[in-house]
Each structure stands twice: as structure tokens, then as C-alpha cells.
Design a protein around this ligand. Structure first.
Ligand code: GLY
Length: 309
């Protein structure tokens, strides 16, 4: 089996001025994840490293650069899942943590639970020696401007600093190694102007994230309330179970969700045989994957570029 690390940088109405930064960021993330696999790391290590790279990057709505709640604070959600054991970990409404994806992994590996929320998740982080950053240090100028604009106009904004309405820009990664082991992870700052304490689909296994070595791995992005009601990640997995390939399962599930709930989203999928599925019915979604010495990437519908690494 050829190892693959596939990532997305969020579905939404991404304005032209943000396209370059998104593409640079997803390519970097896919390469980092792939290097981890190539150097003997596990699929969990690869997914975590790929997501961390986007959490550090202000071009994405996760970690540093997250959108803000109505009180002007960053509250983040993340989840991670290992396909071999179906073990998973999630955090929701966490504050002042640079890498929520790493905290989600610790929940999976060090607790008997699958999700920790709010103050409890932050307490757990402190107990585990996970560094917290000073309050407010994950807030960017663009995020602050987007919240100010939201309060004036009432639009829910996807891509911070712009006037577009629509979905948020969550990040995620899925990976398969040479043994066919799978993992998936997703991380978000949520919705700009969300209520304080709002929890998203991203921390919910089956909605934001799913991985099962017998079927495949999925990470989703888009309007969280819609994705959660449709259990989008698990719907794609079940579609592969009933015989659809990764691409069909991804596209058809997104279409069904749109038809039923009238909201768009995006998803990245790997099947248990390493087929790639990339789908979105938003205007754009940045994605990239590395396979061998090639990096594949795109952001517009039907756009696909391939470069030698
Ligand atoms: N899908 C991410 C969110 O709605 O916050």
C-alpha cells in the first residue's frame, strides 16, 4: 500500500485574496504529515503533525487565527480517531491551547473518555503538562475585524476579514500507511460570532471525524450544525461500506446532505485501499495530499495540480 496524507483547509466562500495562503498552507501540512509517515511515525503522528501545522497558520480557522465568539474569545474544538481500534479523543470549547488536536489525542490515550469540554479540558491540559498560551494570544487582527463586522451586519462569515457569507474554514487530515492503517483528525475555531459555549461537529466522532481500518477515514468541514445533524463523516463511511468508492461516497453524501438540509460542506476521504475522495459543494475548499514524490492540490471545483516534491 502506498502511504498517503490528505488534508483540507476548510470549505467556504474563500475570497481570491486568501487563495494563495491557503494553498501554501495545505501543501506544507500534507508534506509535514507525509514526512512523519516516511520517517516511521504512525498514522496518528502524521495526522496530528499535519493538523498542528495548520493550527499554527493564521490562514486557517483553527488554533492561532481561529474566529471569535460573541465575547471576542477563541473557543476551539478538535477530534482524532484511529481506525485500527476505533479509539477516539475530542475536546470542545477549549481556550488558550496552541494545538487542540494534540489535546484531543491525549484525551484518547490518557483518559477513559472520548470528549472533554471547556474548563475540564483545560484542567486536563494543565495536568498533562500541555502548555497554555496567554489569554488573547490566539486572537488575530483579522479575526477581531471579522467579529466587529459581524456585529455590525449580522452576517456569519467564513473567511475572516471578508464579506462573504457561508461556512467556516475548519482544518483536517486523513492518513493511511503502508499496512493500510488509517487515522483522521479535525480542528476548528468554529463560527465567527457564535454564542459563547457553542460546541461544533468537529469534536463529534461521526460528524467531523471518523476512521475505521475496515472501511476508510474522513474529515469534514462546513456548517457544523448541519454536518452534525447529518452525521456527515459516518454517512460517507457507510456509503463506502455499501460499495461506493471514496470519491462517489464523498460526493453523493455531500449532495444528499445539501438536498436534505440545504447547506454546503466539504470532506476528504481515504478508503481502506487508499483511494482518495475530495468533495465540496461550497465555492472553494483548499486540499492537498502527498503520495510518493508527488504533491496534489487544488482549491476551486475540478481544479487539480500535481507537482514533484
Ligand atoms: N464545522 C466547524 C464548525 O461549524 O464550527
Amino acid at each position: 500500500m502506498e502511504p498517503i496524507v490528505l488534508v483540507h483547509g476548510g470549505a467556504g466562500d474563500i475570497p481570491d485574496c486568501n487563495v494563495e495562503a491557503k494553498i501554501v498552507g495545505v501543501k506544507k501540512s500534507a508534506k509535514i504529515g507525509y514526512e512523519v509517515l516516511k520517517n516511521g511515525g504512525s498514522v496518528l503522528d502524521a495526522v496530528e503533525a499535519a493538523v498542528k501545522s495548520m493550527e499554527d497558520d493564521e490562514a486557517f480557522n483553527a488554533g492561532f487565527g481561529s474566529v471569535l465568539n460573541l465575547d471576542g474569545e477563541v473557543e476551539m474544538d478538535a477530534s482524532i480517531m484511529l481506525g485500527e481500534t476505533l479509539m477516539s479523543g475530542g475536546v470542545t470549547i477549549v481556550r488558550d491551547i496552541e494545538h487542540p488536536i494534540s489535546l484531543a489525542r491525549l484525551v484518547m490515550e490518557k483518559t477513559p473518555h472520548f470528549t472533554l469540554a471547556g474548563a475540564g479540558a483545560n484542567k486536563f491540559a494543565t495536568e498533562q503538562g500541555v502548555p497554555t498560551v496567554p489569554p488573547g494570544s490566539l486572537v488575530t487582527k483579522s479575526a477581531q475585524q471579522a467579529l466587529d463586522q459581524f456585529k455590525k451586519t449580522g452576517y456569519v462569515r467564513t473567511e475572516i476579514g471578508e464579506k462573504n457569507t457561508g461556512e467556516v474554514g475548519t482544518v483536517g487530515a486523513v492518513a493511511i500507511d503502508s499496512q493500510g492503517r488509517l487515522a483522521a483528525g479535525t480542528s476548528t475555531g468554529g463560527l465567527n460570532g457564535k454564542m459563547v459555549g457553542r460546541s461544533s461537529d468537529t469534536s463529534v466522532i461521526g460528524s467531523g471525524t471518523y476512521a475505521d481500518d475496515d472501511l476508510g477515514a474522513v474529515s469534514t468541514t462546513g456548517h457544523g450544525e448541519t454536518i452534525a445533524r447529518f452525521c456527515l463523516a459516518h454517512t460517507i463511511i457507510k456509503s463506502m461500506e455499501s460499495g461506493r468508492n471514496a470519491e462517489q461516497a464523498t460526493h453523493e453524501s455531500l449532495c444528499k446532505m445539501k438536498a436534505r438540509l440545504n447547506n454546503s460542506a466539504g470532506a476528504i476521504t481515504l478508503s481502506k485501499t487508499g483511494e482518495v475522495g475530495i468533495g465540496f459543494n461550497s465555492n472553494r475548499m483548499a486540499w492537498a495530499y502527498q503520495k510518493g514524490d508527488e504533491i496534489h492540490f487544488g482549491i476551486d471545483p475540478n481544479e487539480k495540480h500535481v507537482e514533484k516534491v
